[in-house]
Design a binder for this molecule. Structure first.
Ligand SMILES: Cc1cc2nc3c(=O)[nH]c(=O)nc-3n(C[C@H](O)[C@H](O)[C@H](O)COP(=O)(O)OP(=O)(O)OC[C@H]3O[C@@H](n4cnc5c(N)ncnc54)[C@H](O)[C@@H]3O)c2cc1C
Length: 464
């Protein structure tokens, strides 16, 4: 039964200040929709300013059996932060302080609502580096990154967000606050319970603060675009770069022609006059600590490759501006998807060796449905591909395309979500890549942490 707005306001008044409660009829659009395009209207938006207030709010909502959806920067792509009927939004946007940058431990202690780019810039001023990097860096929050275990452009070298989380503070659905904010790398005192919240898409707890591991700031960065004919040449290049650059290899992003042509041709991204003819274009990036030798190693590695593949074409970045121009092609992904709206977006992972046959097969089947607007690209070094398909507004056709993509991925032993998560958008197909026993464990965990199903209800899993 829906709680009247005045009862809700009165119950939450002791927990929040005057800016902390926005009734549903006054909420701005940014609380209603994420990047998936889904939209919903919340009963109210709650905006606490610290962890204690989050705990009080959750305790009060638990007492009233009031469903809550947690929001970070609203850049999610699977609809899980979009409010459903009868839900209140818990926005972490006012928990936005970088509490400490500890040079000796190489850690940053941050509140969940700190924007990724703000953190990246703050630590770089101290010659440190937060390696998680994604295209939505200017809007997404640290809490959202952790809740989705975001991947991004440098997973190949530094791992997913999980690898950068040292400590976590979490508030459970009943308001219990769990503080695991240790800075040490080693802690084998019992189960590492914080891991269960990372990537749980806000269904098991609200992340309020985190201790993040920082790396030394790489002072040398080399980027190149390499155009190749055939997927075999792409995998040759991947192994060549891994062997020759070792741990310096930080990104290996691949763009099929459908995406590359859209970004360069339609969106006018990339350096002026860029003209590459291969079937695939790879963006390779290396990062190191020693400018001159690292650059020599990078050039040597690429020239060794072009000796073996004389037909390949290369564009090297000679300056930071060149590197930004090269990266702008790949970073146009969000804009490119919006430009073919309505679109269906996929984020699959599969064995690298299976990718060319899978992509060709899907493209052929899409063409047979008269769907020719595709964009194919991905973090190939991580076995993660993105496919955007311009569909009509016809929901039946969209469902057919989704079924087609996900069922073929399940059959290959891949995953229907390499990095964006399940949310609502992919929930019907979770069983295609996770066994019934595995889903059963997820349901048990959800039941243990949130027996009344009040936190992000209906996301990831269907519970009775
Ligand atoms: C242009 C663009 C590029 C992107 N590139 C990538 C990419 O390369 N790799 C990648 O992995 N993702 C990518 N994404 C997806 C998205 O940016 C990430 O999933 C990001 O981590 C979401 O963070 P957010 O703060 O916006 O979270 P939101 O969208 O607000 O929320 C996402 C989920 O996390 C939950 N949540 C948010 N904050 C908390 C919290 N404090 N405690 C508990 N749960 C919380 C929400 O309930 C929801 O389930 C991209 C998105 C865009 C628009």
């Amino acid at each position: 039964m829906m709680i009247p707005i005045e009862s809700l306001r009165n119950a939450l008044a002791p927990c929040l200040d005057a800016q902390g409660f926005i009734p549903g009829d006054q909420v701005q659009e940014r609380y209603c929709t994420d990047w998936s395009g889904a939209r919903g209207q919340p009963l109210a938006v709650l905006r606490p300013t610290n962890s204690a207030q989050v705990a009080e709010v959750m305790r009060a909502c638990h007492g009233m059996r009031q469903p809550v959806v947690v929001q970070g920067g609203m850049t999610g792509l699977v609809g899980s932060c979009v409010p459903q009927a009868g839900e209140v939004v818990l926005s972490l946007e006012r928990l936005n302080q970088i509490e400490e940058i500890d040079l000796i431990s190489s850690t940053a202690t941050v509140q969940a609502g700190v924007c990724l780019q703000t953190l990246q810039e703050a630590v770089e001023e101290k010659y440190l580096f937060f390696p998680v990097d994604i295209g939505s860096r200017g809007s997404c929050h640290i809490g959202g990154l952790i809740a989705t275990n975001a991947g991004g452009n440098r997973v190949l070298r530094y791992g997913m967000t999980r690898q950068s989380v040292r400590g976590l503070e979490v508030v459970l659905a009943d308001g219990t606050l769990i503080n695991r904010m240790g800075k040490a790398i080693k802690d084998n005192a019992g189960f590492d319970t914080k891991q269960i919240f990372i990537g749980s898409e806000g269904t098991l707890g609200v992340i309020t603060r985190a201790v993040l591991a920082l790396e030394p700031l790489p002072c040398a960065r080399q980027s190149a675009l390499i155009s190749l004919d055939g997927f075999g040449a792409v995998t040759d290049l991947l192994w060549h770069c891994k062997n020759r650059l070792g741990p310096r290899l930080s990104s290996f992003e691949v763009m099929w022609r459908d995406f590359f042509d859209f970004s360069v041709g339609k969106l006018k991204r990339g350096p002026p006059g860029l003209n590459l003819s291969g079937t695939h274009v790879v963006l390779v990036e290396a990062m190191g600590m020693d400018s001159a030798p690292d650059e020599a190693l990078f050039l040597d590695a690429l020239s060794g490759f072009s000796d073996q593949h004389p037909a390949c074409e290369m564009v090297l970045a000679r300056s930071m501006a060149d590197a930004q121009a090269i990266w702008s092609i790949r970073e146009a992904a969000g804009e490119a998807a919006q430009a073919v709206s309505p679109w269906a977006g996929f984020d699959v992972s599969l064995p690298i060796a299976d990718m060319p046959v899978w992509v060709d097969g899907i493209h052929t089947q899409l063409r047979s449905l008269d769907l020719t607007q595709t964009q194919t690209y991905g973090h190939l070094g991580d076995g993660n591909l993105h496919l955007v398909v311009g569909v009509t507004t016809d929901p039946v056709l969209k469902a057919k395309v989704t079924e087609l993509v996900h069922s073929t991925i399940g059959a290959l032993g891949g995953s229907i979500s390499g990095e964006h998560g399940i949310g609502f958008a992919k929930k019907p197909h979770l069983h295609l890549c996770r066994s019934a026993a595995d889903i059963g464990i997820m349901k048990q965990l959800k039941h243990n942490f949130d027996p009344f199903g009040l936190l992000n209800p209906g996301r990831v899993l269907d519970l009775p």
